[in-house]
Design a protein around this ligand. Structure first.
Ligand code: HEC
Length: 147
């Protein structure tokens, strides 16, 4: 193998390796999932504030992302991931894990209920805040400022 071809292969396997690490790193995974939840909140948030026109399809797409994330989140806090990877997870998660897990179950259940209940702008305005209050109430207890 000539040197250039070898360098290419080496570079590709490095890219593959870091992707594999990201997939098995629970801190990176939960941060990525929460980022997608944050991103999915942008449109409905603006609709709540009247800064964007109500769009049922967009609202449902966001709620589907919540349901998916809520189902995956609890499994991404194994022992040994309390620190590192710029996590903002509070140590309290590992002290009261059952309560933390229950909050994700509630977030998922509320998102599912909203998927069924939201059919128009009026129902969106009453139902969406019930889902969104889960974000702040969990962060208040289980998230810390990055040191
Ligand atoms: C049951 C708890 C819980 C709920 C519900 C929850 N979060 Fe989070 N969120 C967390 C925790 C814990 C972290 C810190 C994760 C880490 O850094 O390891 C986090 C981190 C985040 C982050 C930062 C991600 C990053 O590292 O860049 C964003 C953005 C976010 N959440 C948005 C939301 C929004 C929006 C909602 C509601 C639609 C929500 N979260 C609901 C627990 C929750």
């Amino acid at each position: 193998m000539n040197r250039i071809a070898y360098a290419c292969v080496a570079a590709f396997s490095l890219v593959g390796l870091s992707a594999a690490i990201a997939q098995t790193d629970p801190i990176a995974q939960r941060k990525q999932l929460m980022k997608s939840v944050g991103g999915a909140t942008r449109d409905p948030g603006q609709m709540m504030q009247g800064r964007q026109a109500f769009d049922l399809a967009k609202v449902k797409a966001s709620l589907e992302i919540y349901v998916d994330a809520a189902g995956k989140m609890s499994g991404l806090y194994p022992a040994g991931t309390e620190t590192g990877g710029e996590t903002t997870a509070s140590p309290k998660i590992w002290q009261t894990k059952a309560d933390f897990d229950a909050r994700f179950a509630k977030f998922g259940a509320d998102s599912k209920a909203a998927l069924a209940a939201i059919t128009d702008e009026a129902s969106f305005k009453t139902e969406f805040p019930k889902v969104a209050q889960n974000c702040g109430s969990c962060h208040e207890v289980y998230r810390v400022e990055r040191k």
